[in-house]
Design a binder for this molecule. Structure first.
Ligand code: NAP
Length: 278
């Protein structure tokens, strides 16, 4: 029978362990989130991050800017946060307004406070096979979910669809480190189905309805990272859950799979950075 990978259940377990740890800490981490622009989804994500942090006992501040904020204003704020000893973790909510160079902004975050693990220092460490201060949140959440269900990674063929710095590239590196054989696919990949049919583990991070059951072999593991609204306004993932769940051994749902694991990883990273700084 297909096992549904329950990200909410694992998130709750991680939170209850974190709460116990945080309750015992005399000094608490402080997470600073920069939100620029008026993207409604980003506003909801940031509100949830703040609320979640505070429920766990992590201090949290949100610094908001209008959509016409300048790059130099954002860089000045990051420098101020980098130099502020009471701020132990910094997150810049993506996407940024189009006129802002997101790489310049992310590069400005001090690696020791880079809670998303996306600065060149932390990504560079990861790609070199060394230890970054923290691993990027969504890839970390995916590996925690696979490990929770004791899904073997060593020697498995993992097909990753999507090559963003946020998900596809770092998750591929983390899986390589765990001795998977990794194939990366993207929008220029020819004959995608021929490749996905050979996957023991498929990770789809696209944001479009791309995976049906005919593209997969029986008993594979399917991790759906994608999240978007279909034409009826319903939140869904990249995978045709109903049909794929008939043939997969394990499948992560949307919502309730990778999403809760991303926020769990963010909170874990906030505490890990604090432990490393202190
Ligand atoms: P992204 O930067 O837009 O990357 C999307 C990737 O998909 C690109 O590499 C693109 O290829 C590839 N792609 C597009 N159309 C394709 C197709 N038809 N066939 C194969 N590959 C295709 O997105 P992202 O930031 O990685 O996010 C991906 C999805 O995951 C989004 O839906 C996002 O909302 C979701 N997400 C969810 C979480 C979570 O916590 N659940 C976290 C992060 C992201 P090219 O490189 O060739 O353009």
């Amino acid at each position: 029978m297909t096992v549904v990978l329950d990200g909410k259940k694992l998130r709750d377990k991680i939170f209850s362990d974190l709460k116990v740890k945080l309750d015992k800490m005399s000094e608490k981490p402080t997470l600073a989130v920069i939100l620029a622009g008026d993207d409604p989804a980003s506003q909801i994500y940031v509100r949830n991050k703040k609320k979640t942090a505070e429920n766990l006992g992590i201090n949290s501040i949100v610094i908001e800017y209008p959509a016409d904020v300048t790059e130099s204003e954002l860089l000045a704020k990051i420098e101020e946060l980098n130099n502020n000893k009471s701020i132990t973790a910094i997150l810049v909510q993506l996407p940024l307004p189009k006129h802002i160079d997101k790489f310049r902004i992310i590069d400005a975050i001090l690696p020791q406070k880079d809670v998303d693990g996306l600065t060149p220092y932390n990504l560079g460490k990861l790609f070199a096979g060394e230890e970054p201060y923290v691993y990027p949140c969504t890839p970390k959440g995916i590996l925690l979910l696979l490990d929770e269900y004791k899904i073997d990674i060593d020697g498995k063929h993992v097909v990753v669809i999507g090559r963003s710095n946020l998900v596809g590239k770092p998750v591929a590196q983390m899986l390589l480190k765990r001795n998977a054989t990794v194939t990366m696919c993207h929008s220029h990949t020819k004959n995608l189905s021929d490749i996905t049919k050979t996957a023991d583990i498929l990770i789809s991070a696209v944001g479009k309805n791309v995976i049906g059951e005919k593209m997969l072999k029986s008993d594979c593991v399917v991790i759906d990272v994608g999240i978007f609204k279909n034409s009826n306004g319903k939140v869904r993932g990249d995978v045709d859950f109903e049909n794929v769940s008939k043939i997969a051994a394990y499948i992560s749902p949307v919502p309730g799979g990778v999403g809760p694991m991303t926020i769990a990883s963010l909170m874990l990273n906030t505490v890990e950075l604090f432990d490393k700084i202190m």
